[in-house]
Design a protein around this ligand. Structure first.
Ligand code: FAD
Length: 450
């Protein structure tokens, strides 16, 4: 009886009467009494926070372009990218985990999709010249692909970047006439063979693959490693050191050429939907007409790498957008302690950190591409963007992965792939150390390369 009196004293009858005007108090009591203690606790937390724990209407849709960088594009450009998003979401996303698991490139699906979308025409004119805003377009395009799958962006980048740039900058007019139209329509797929088993970062001047001229034929001997698309490419541009003048030369080596063999590299833990090949060149004979005559020294290779390095920086942007948006969507639906995990302060801290990384990387790459289009981008500009976005990307995908808890390591939740693939972004097209040295040399005037 005493307890009842204590309780009655706490109750404000005026408030009870007011409440009774809007809810059935009997029903409320029955529902509350039936609640398990943890739910009851969570409800009290929500009530004490003035109802803030409950979402105010529909949560906003995840948007990795927080500062609206896409505003620098035209309506037509945005329309192309919207079609790319549809393709990536509706065709690539449902199939990519299986391909990633099977360690194989779903190239028929990708080539058909890219052909239908006319993607190379978005960047190149029919004569192989880049459109005036090609770099900006290519950047956004790369990010759009990487937002769903980085392997897809890499498959495209090896063909439409590394291989195409090799032909555009290195080929004669006759060679361009033979290869460019079919490369632009993606009827043939190219690959780029620079890295070797024993020579990675030190490729400038250090190539062990050798070539020697015998009349109108070149004989190439050596090994190449990590060559993307090489297992199925119609040709690989092979870079080799001329025994006569020690300078770098480049050759179009066609699929099936005697002395040229490719073995698929198995057991990768990143970019598994890109097929990388280990190439052996054993007395491989290539006609002089298939040597790229404008590749006369390392500087031309450096030009190619500078151009494509920007594309890898953009992969780091797309990968972060994908990881952030996936993590944010997950936090809205995943509930713990009776509330969406998006409502927890520590979860919001992670999401904001991811968004900050993504936005900074995005802004840097937009400016980089504008400089590239204006012809003012130097090696150090591309290298800084690659260093920065790759490092931020590593942090962002790790945060996204942990945001999903255990589900973060399951492929089906679409964050584990980003987590794994970022390791390739970090190391290819110049490792972070090498790109750091490029920037360091530019800003100090001292080369710290050894
Ligand atoms: P190494 O050069 O052996 O470096 C090992 C470590 O030493 C790195 O941390 C590096 O930063 C560090 N290091 C090296 N030198 C220095 C220095 N002077 N100072 C400080 N640190 C240093 N290549 C192609 O030609 N075509 C492709 O299509 C292609 N695709 C690829 C796809 C994938 C998935 C990967 C992983 C690689 C690909 N590569 C390709 C190769 C890639 O560009 C090389 O892996 C990269 O250049 C690094 O070379 P490396 O792996 O031999 O490492």
């Amino acid at each position: 009886m005493g307890k009842m009196m204590e309780l009655a004293k706490k109750v404000d009858l005026a408030k009870v009467m007011k409440l009774a005007e809007t809810v059935d108090l009997g029903e409320v009591m029955t529902a509350v009494a039936a609640m398990p203690p943890d739910k009851l606790k969570a409800m009290m937390v929500a009530l004490k926070s003035g109802g803030d724990a409950a979402p105010q209407g529909e949560p906003p849709a995840p948007n990795g372009d927080f500062y609206g960088f896409a505003d620098v594009l035209t309506d037509e450009e945005r329309a192309v990218l919207a079609r790319v998003r549809t393709f990536m979401e509706e065709t690539v996303r449902p199939n990519i985990n299986a391909a990633w698991q099977a360690d194989t490139t779903p190239r028929e699906m990708l080539v058909k999709g890219f052909q239908d979308l006319g993607l190379i025409g978005f960047i190149f004119n029919e004569d192989g010249m880049r459109t005036p805003r090609a770099s900006l377009r290519e950047g956004f395009l790369t990010a759009e692909m990487a937002r769903v799958d980085v392997s897809t962006a890499t498959f495209f980048g090896v063909h439409a970047g590394l291989a195409l740039w090799s032909v555009v900058l290195g080929a004669s007019d006759e060679q361009k006439a033979e290869w460019l139209p079919r490369m632009l329509s993606m009827e043939v797929i190219g690959a780029f063979g620079l890295t070797e088993k024993y020579v990675g970062s030190g490729a400038a001047g250090g190539l062990r693959t050798k070539c020697r001229r015998e009349g109108d034929t070149w004989v190439i001997d050596g090994e190449k490693k990590w060559i993307g698309n090489a297992t199925f490419a119609d040709f690989v541009v092979i870079y080799a050191r001329d025994e006569a003048d020690q300078k770098t030369k480049a050759f179009i080596v066609r699929k099936g050429t005697p002395g040229f063999s490719v073995e698929k590299i198995e057991g990768k833990t990143a970019l598994r939907a890109v097929e990388n090949g280990a190439i052996t060149l054993d007395g491989c004979r290539v006609p002089e007409s298939d040597r790229l005559p404008k590749v006369t020294e390392w500087r031309v290779v450096a030009d190619i790498l500078r151009a494509t390095r920007a594309g890898v920086a953009w992969q780091g942007v797309g990968c972060q957008i994908g990881a952030y948006e996936t993590a944010l969507a997950y936090t809205q639906t995943r509930r713990q302690f009776g509330r969406p995990i998006a409502s927890f302060q520590m979860m919001q801290d992670k999401l904001v950190h991811m968004l900050g990384n993504t936005t900074a990387s995005f802004g840097m790459c937009v400016r980089l591409s504008q400089m590239q289009d204006a012809g003012t981008m130097e090696d150090e500009h591309a290298s800084l963007a690659k260093v920065f976005t790759a490092a931020r990307c590593r942090e962002t995908v790790a945060l996204a992965r942990e945001t999903l808890g255990g589900n973060g390591i399951l492929l089906e939740h679409h964050v584990a792939r980003f987590f794994a693939d970022t390791e390739a972004i970090y190391s290819y097209e110049g490792t972070n150390e090498i790109n750091t040295l490029v920037v360091g040399r530019a800003i100090t005037g001292h080369s710290a390369f050894v």
